[in-house]
Design a protein around this ligand. Sequence first.
Ligand code: DGT
Ligand code: CA
Ligand code: CA
Length: 576
Amino acid sequence: MQNKEIAEIFDTLADLLEIEGENPFKVRAYRQASRAIRSLYRPLEEMVRAGEDLTKLPKIGSRIAQKIEEIVRTGKLSKLEKLKSRIPESLLALLPIQGLGPKRIKMLYDALHIDTKEALLKAAKEHKISQIKGFGAKTEAQILEALTMRKQQGLRFLFCEAEPYADALTAYLQKAPTLRRVTIAGSYRRKKETVGDLDIVASATDPREVIDYFTKFEKSMHTVLAGDTRATIVLENGLQVDLRVVLEESWGSALHYFTGSKDHVIRLRQEAVEMGLKVNEYGIYRADKRITGESEEAVYRSFGLDLIPPELRENRGEIEAARNHTLPHLITPNDIQGDLHLHTHISDGEESLEAVARQAISLGYRYIAITEHSRSLPYTKGAKSDQLNRLFDEIETWNRDHDELYIFKGAEIEILQDGSLDIDEAVLDRLDLALGAIHTHFSLSKKSQTDRLLKAIHNPHINIIAHPTGRLIQERNAMEIDLETIYRASAQTNTILEINAQPKRLDLNEIQIKHAKQFGVKFSIASDAHSTAEMRYLKYGIHQARRGWLEKEDVINALPLKELKSTLKSVSSKGR
Ligand code: DGT
Ligand code: CA
Ligand code: CA
């Protein structure tokens, strides 16, 4: 049982007790305990087994300590089990809905037995909610909107959250009657890190048939609009989907228009006016005579431009580059030779070295780096030196026995508040590759934070700075850092900056990547996987790299093994 799982049990307990109307102080105590548990470095399971006194930990009193012991011993908490027999756990899914709080959720449950989002939506549509005492028509409308229109509230989905729905919709629509072509356009096609909604463009001989078929998609919860050429539905998770259906001759123009971005499209329209052309989603016209519109190539050609990849269509210089034939040759998944940030069960990953290596081979990689969290002090997070030494022995054995995949002995080393490294010298000496990373003290002043990173960048042991800004999409802002200073120092010392591909990180982001490249910085696109399944996340980093105008030459893990080895040597000789 991991600390995270124990913390989740306390969160569930707090939420359900709150719905039941329990004393707010008790509820808060469980929430605080959960937060304290999440920030612990040591596994509670280990501490319980060693018979340690848990009440010495912050926010853990004797009652909570007893509960932790029960969870570790039995895998569950009897108090929570009893609670679940009184109120369904599914009510928890209603908590984030705007206009509802724990009290109202309980009222809805008591009055109408509403225990899921689906039941809530049904009741709202049938106007049953406004009839309950304490609820009015306004609350009902608010709930309906919250359930159906996430985009209206400015809520965005991570690319990877929209992805399975985009895939399912594409597969579904391909079977639509009279359909010719279908593509997901909008921000999704531009591979933005978050998407507000999905925009689908289709061509068909009978658009109305496609619209009918579309509204019957099994994951659709609600049809907002269904016209002759366009429709909007809302999926079960609140994701809105707009569909436009055009005739085949307009395919290129429609796809171009709905791929956006708005700024890119508007800019091209201005240029069109200057050239005496008229552009809309159906075609390109000169004096009311249609000249083209069947393909995107033709659309760009009529402006005298090279075809611009969707990822670059943000009006950030791509139109000028397309005119001058200087668009970058963007990096592709095929260029990637390996992954230089991976965890195994030695630190907080889930699987063995062997499993990770096998997955790397099946992904077609030539090399990987295993980069466990390290630690020098007994109470900090990460693997102990003897564990790392055993891992490195295992890696050396692998490299002796296998030609198909080379494994670098790496570590993800904590950059402490003063910029020094949390790792034992003896371990450091065995490393082929060191990531420097920040996981604590995110809110230092801009000056201190910049100095902290600079010190790590100038440290001759550090090859790569992992997730340089520390942001988590929709959760935590980037640290305040003087990025230009960091880019300049990185380029000067040949320190690589990471493009961390975890869907919530995507750090650096595309704007920072493009900016850093101008300073001559090189990049590592890495999955930071904690399981073999997560190794596939690397593709989200490639999306970000492409949006940041990167070419194969900018990315060290697109290098062949031999060149990568000598690049790593040049990094470690910095300042010597
Ligand atoms: P999103 O959904 O917020 O992640 O971003 P997009 O880019 O997918 O934007 P969306 O869904 O509002 O519109 C899809 C495309 O339709 C957009 O990329 C370009 C086009 N479009 C939408 N509204 C306008 C507009 O007011 N003017 C022009 N020229 N194009 C628009
Ligand atoms: Ca969109
Ligand atoms: Ca849209």
